[in-house]
Write a protein that binds this ligand. Structure first.
Ligand code: FES
Length: 232
């Protein structure tokens, strides 16, 4: 079937502001949006710029706004999108070129919550053991691929650089509720600050946008409850 991709383009060396360009492409219904973008780049306009790597929903490189919603281009099938598809870069980030945005601030926020195991004690022989119930407490948030779809769907991040955003909180959650970790107090102190969880207004955009179906809003609420009731 023939569809038209309406893509927001911006070349900082030539343009003063972004504009839309349209590309007709012949696709199968089971092709992904990424296949259509590749077709344009490989056969129509080699200057079209976007990130992608694994093409299988694992690396998180190709999050973008597709028909107004944050999605991974490698997971959306053409048959589910209609004949005219609008593709834009994630909002809230500086556009480097076309669909490629500057994610430096996003990763700074991620790093600020210490997203790694902090363990003071030496592991017992072999490994740090954990029961299935203890593991289940943070199982959902281990699925994050850092695509930024949740953070850039959150309107709080559109108007303020202060908020660490849903993705950083999800990755803090992953360690706060890990029974092997000793850094929960430190992370909760960070998330109790001016850039932390209290900026969240429970809008659920983040949960809707997550391509891994992580219950992002619920994770944020669990961190809030941990702060209020000391429930770690
Ligand atoms: S290209 Fe890796 S998640 Fe889509």
């Amino acid at each position: 079937m023939e569809v038209t991709l309406r893509i927001k383009r911006f070349n900082p060396e030539l343009d003063t502001k972004p504009h839309f360009e349209e590309y007709p492409v012949d696709v199968e219904g089971t092709d992904r949006v990424l296949d259509a973008l590749n077709q344009i780049k490989w056969y129509q306009d080699g200057s079209l710029t976007y990130r992608r790597s694994c093409a299988h929903g694992i690396c998180g490189s190709d999050a973008m706004r597709i028909n107004g919603r944050n999605r991974l281009a490698c997971k959306l099938l053409m048959k589910d999108l209609g004949k005219k598809i609008t593709i834009e870069p994630l909002i809230g980030f500086k556009i480097e070129k076309d669909l490629l945005v500057d994610m430096e601030g996003f990763f700074d926020a991620y790093k600020s919550v210490k997203p790694y195991l902090i363990a003071d004690d030496a592991p017992s022989f072999g490994e740090r053991r954990q029961s299935p119930a203890e593991r289940a407490r943070f199982d959902d948030t281990t699925k994050c691929i850092l695509c930024a779809a949740c953070t850039t769907a959150c309107p709080i991040t559109w108007t303020s650089d202060e908020f660490v955003g849903p993705a950083a909180i999800v990755n803090a959650h992953r360690f706060i509720f890990d029974s092997r970790d000793n850094g929960s107090g430190e992370r909760l102190r960070i998330l109790n600050g001016g850039s932390g969880v209290w900026r969240c207004r429970t809008i659920f955009n983040c949960t809707d946008a997550c391509p891994r179906d992580i219950k992002v809003t619920e994770a944020i609420e669990q961190v809030k409850r941990a702060l209020l009731y000391d429930q770690v």
